[in-house]
Design a protein around this ligand. Structure first.
Ligand code: ZN
Length: 434
């Protein structure tokens, strides 16, 4: 038997993924609180995720699970008592994790607590203050320019108190205990590419895999950035030895080219698989070596774990002006881009699931391909043709020492074609799985 084919699917559409983004977009998420719970509930309608609650104050390595933050309302009223900034219009208006406040402030004091983007005067910036108790508002620079009253009323109806950090986990058991980790952050409020796009891709990838027979087990984490992965790693140390590779899913809905950020080790199987796929399916893409900043790969690749976890995205954080602003909205991500990104992740799964070593059963000189119907561009029924040269490479290198990925790299042929060649040779009895 050879592995299953995960490169083809018909059941997932970009529109479905986009609809999940639309549903999650209005929710005010943070690193803790009901926004995360409500989001996990919506994901839970599509895949059976486990929701975990970890108490505030729990020590996780060098960190402590913070107090839980929830917010009901927030606004600024001008001297005439009119609401000029309203959290209900856009949850980015509040500095995420703002402590509660209700008081009159002078123009000067108010401005010390405001954040704007002068270079994009229509956009609202996204700002947080998780580990430093503060309050503040974010607004467009155009709105800021109209603040001429001497006094304003500020109200933030929030709560910051002992509670829990919430995260979601979906585990799909395969034949092996060895597992592949997919991780996305779930702590950003109304922001689409970073990272509702990752949540949507992870959800639909999990949904697809849940119905498949796989060799590897698959784990999906829906966690608040940084503190979530630190917490998960701390609470799950015994499981970590089973993680053979993984990807952080982020920024997968924009129009930009694909970007792969390598794992800290840089040349692990997952790194080679992703690079192989991008090289063979994209006319241009970007590859970045690991660096200790970015998303949760920072924690997975910390020296005490050093997991084979990279990150496959389109345009990465900070590389697009809409990043962390109100312009990273529902029109910035597109169903077609989400689907293209999902298809890349499916090719990754397909390669990992099929990267076996084979043995040539006729190793003394070349077997006669013609009499087996394997010579020339073979392709029966709906199967894509396999080039004779690829068959010869697979036969030559299938001495038990080379995996299909090794052969693909050496022959300069896509993994997918090498796999199809191996399957054709296997079906004709010329190859056996090692
Ligand atoms: Zn972000």
């Amino acid at each position: 038997m050879h592995g299953s084919d995960f490169s083809q699917h018909s059941e997932i559409s970009g529109n479905e993924m986009y609809r999940l983004i639309e549903k999650l977009y209005p929710i005010c998420r943070s690193i803790t609180g009901n926004g995360v719970r409500d989001s996990l509930k919506a994901i839970g309608e599509l895949i059976p995720i486990d929701t975990h609650e970890v108490k505030s104050g729990t020590k996780v390595f060098d960190w402590t699970v913070p107090k839980e933050w929830n917010i009901k309302d927030a606004y600024i009223k001008n001297g005439a008592g009119e609401k000029i900034i309203d959290f209900k219009d856009n949850n980015l208006h509040v500095l995420n994790y703002s402590i509660p406040i209700s008081k009159k402030v002078s123009n000067e004091e108010l401005k010390k607590h405001l954040f704007t983007l002068p270079e994009h005067p229509d956009w609202i910036p996204y700002r947080t203050s998780y580990y430093n108790e503060n309050w503040g508002f974010c607004m467009s620079h155009n709105q800021y320019a109209t603040l001429t009253d001497s006094e304003y009323q500020v109200v933030i109806d929030s709560e910051l108190k002992d509670g829990h950090l919430t995260y979601g986990e979906f585990y799909k058991k395969g034949d092996l205990e060895d597992e592949i980790l997919f991780s996305c952050h779930i702590c950003h409020p109304s922001l689409c590419n970073d990272n509702l796009s990752g949540i949507a891709l992870a959800t639909y990838l999990a949904k697809f895999l849940s119905n498949q027979t796989t060799h590897y087990s698959y784990r999906f984490l829906f966690i608040p950035g940084t503190i979530g992965s630190i917490t998960w790693l701390n609470l799950n140390e015994p499981k970590i030895k089973h993680i053979k590779g993984g990807l952080v899913i982020v920024c997968v809905g924009d129009d930009g080219q694909f970007t792969y950020k390598k794992s800290r080790q840089g040349n692990s199987e997952i790194d080679r698989v992703v690079l192989n796929i991008l090289e063979n399916t994209e006319s241009s893409h970007k590859v970045i070596d690991f660096y200790p900043y970015g998303y949760d790969e920072r924690q997975y690749c910390s020296p005490g774990f050093n997991l084979h976890v990279g990150s496959l995205s389109r345009t990465t954080h900070g590389e697009y002006p809409e990043y962390h602003t109100s312009a990273d909205n529902l029109s910035f991500v597109k169903p077609q881009n989400l689907l293209e990104s999902l298809n890349k992740y499916l090719l990754v799964v397909d390669a990992l699931e099929n990267n076996f070593s084979y043995l040539n059963m006729n190793p003394k000189c070349e077997p006669q391909l013609g009499k087996r119907g394997l010579y020339g561009n073979i392709g029966a029924g709906d199967k894509q043709p396999v080039d004779t040269m690829t068959l010869l490479w697979v036969l030559n290198l299938s001495d038990g020492e080379n995996s299909l990925l090794d052969i693909s790299e050496r022959a300069g042929v896509s993994f997918d074609e090498v796999k199809r060649a191996a399957h054709a040779l296997h079906d004709s009895g010329l190859l056996e799985r090692k």
